[in-house]
Design a protein around this ligand. Structure first.
Ligand code: GDP
Ligand code: MG
Length: 194
């Protein structure tokens, strides 16, 4: 079995992160916590790449729809449709438009608890309610209300894998094996060795 220090997660700086000149800030945070950058590339993703990314988990469309319907109800609003797959498909369409609108940077970060730590540092999906101190909480002011009013995806700067399983599938989707670099960082001695 792989040592826990080799857990990997996929991070994508979305087009708004690039346009807001936050690439360095985002990378700095993962470097500072002790994670290791093992792959990185810049590209303008195709609609097909984005669609496949979000549908690697066949339940994602339905779950995204359920989440949006629940959000609408919690605010006393009527959801756009009662059918989660219908609502989720609209979200997927918005995401394709958002993520293909310009260059993104895809990265693989490695280290103990990489998936959970990166998610913690990104903050919740909606910047309005993401915790202060997180990337989404500190650098962007978007909300479901604002995004839905304009008929677009929430702009929240970064994507990160939601679970170890999701990370394995997503890394395979964005990177070839040989694009992931194996090397030793000197700080690993102080982080992991006895
Ligand atoms: P994440 O893992 O926190 O990025 O959230 P999800 O995997 O649930 O959703 C993927 C992305 O779709 C989010 O980061 C948002 O950009 C967008 N998104 C998700 N749900 C909604 C929604 O209800 N409304 C809008 N406008 N965008 C959404
Ligand atoms: Mg997600």
């Amino acid at each position: 079995m792989k040592h826990i220090k080799h857990e990997q997660t996929l991070v994508i700086v979305k087009p708004d992160g690039i346009q807001r000149s936050l690439v360095g800030e985002i990378i700095k945070r993962y470097e500072q916590i002790g994670l290791k950058l093992v792959a990185m590339k810049m590209l303008v993703p195709s609609g097909d790449l984005v669609e496949k990314h979000y549908t690697i988990d066949p339940n994602w469309v339905r779950l995204a729809g359920e989440k949006q319907i629940a959000n609408a109800r919690a605010k006393g609003e009527t959801p756009a449709s009662e059918f989660p797959v219908e609502v989720g498909t609209v979200v997927l369409g918005h995401l394709k438009k958002y993520l293909t609108s310009g260059p993104v940077i895809a990265m693989v970060w490695e280290g103990a608890h990489a998936v959970a730590i990166v998610r913690k540092m990104i903050g919740g999906t909606e910047p309005l309610s993401s915790d202060v101190g997180t990337i989404r909480g500190d650098f962007v002011l978007d909300s479901y209300v604002l995004a839905n009013q304009s008929g677009r995806a929430i702009r929240n700067l970064v994507h990160a894998s939601g679970s170890v399983k999701e990370a394995v599938d997503e890394i395979k989707h964005w990177f070839k094996n040989e694009e992931i670099v194996e090397y030793r960082l000197v700080q690993e001695a102080i982080l992991y060795e006895i």
